[in-house]
Design a protein around this ligand. Structure first.
Ligand SMILES: N[C@@H](CCC(=O)N[C@@H](CS)C(=O)NCC(=O)O)C(=O)O
Length: 218
């Protein structure tokens, strides 16, 4: 039985896992949420917090994008070792994965979810906090990424799986502009990586769902 990913092509956290699957050519099935019959109901029954992606494999359910990538490395290893075997290097990779999830993806989602609310339920203070967090994250990353090809150095890792969709959408919601050239260049390298380019292409039909207007430059 192939592993089954409950996923949506336009979801950043699903793209994070898709990158890992594509990097190692893992053979898997997709249940597309909102399109495949009962897929969303099955997700919610298994995971009441209603967040995706979710992986189902041989009777086991795995939640949280990072944990799914860890699971894939253990059960479906391939040529690209996304979590390094070297324990000290793996700490660095996991730390960077947390950075992209917590300080790029979380504020980026906050801006998007705010735009999807009815005007009377919007939270300008929270959005400003999210924008401040993104500025702080971009600023830290500008120094960190200078002189590196990938987030943790020369090797493409879990941290880049997290970075690619989070920076992709964050730049739409809170543009890097010309203030963070090293981050912008890293984002372009990520867009050229075949695994992420494929995920971006798969999601093109859904761009109309982006509430702030999706730019056509990517
Ligand atoms: N911490 C979760 C976050 C997953 C997440 O936020 N997924 C979004 C899609 S990108 C979602 O489930 N959104 C549905 C909702 O907010 O109701 C992970 O790492 O997988």
């Amino acid at each position: 039985m192939r592993p089954v990913l409950y996923s949506h092509p336009f979801s950043s956290y699903c793209q994070k896992v898709l990158i890992a699957l594509y990097e190692n050519g893992v053979d898997f099935e997709t249940r597309t949420l909102g399109e495949d019959a009962n897929a969303y109901e099955e997700l919610v029954a298994a995971w009441p917090v209603k967040r995706f992606p979710m992986l189902s494999d041989n009777g086991r359910l795995v939640h949280e994008a990072t944990s799914i990538i860890e699971y894939l490395q253990v059960h479906y290893p391939g040529a690209v070792e996304l979590i390094p075997a070297d324990a000290a290097f793996a700490v660095e990779v996991r730390m960077l994965d947390r950075f992209f999830d917590n300080y790029v993806s979380t504020p980026q989602q906050k801006i998007v979810f705010n735009a999807l609310r009815q005007p009377e339920n919007r939270d300008p203070y929270g959005v400003q906090e999210a924008r401040d967090m993104l500025d702080a994250a971009y600023s830290w990353l500008e120094e960190h990424i200078a002189g590196r090809q990938w987030a943790a150095g020369e090797r493409f890792t879990l941290a880049d799986c997290a970075a690619a969709p989070s920076l992709f959408y964050a730049d739409w919601s809170h543009p890097l502009g010309d203030r963070f050239p090293a981050v912008a260049a890293y984002r372009q390298r990520l867009l050229k990586r075949p695994s992420f380019a494929r995920a971006v292409d798969d999601a093109r039909p859904y761009r109309k769902n982006f509430p702030l207007g999706a730019p056509d430059r990517d």
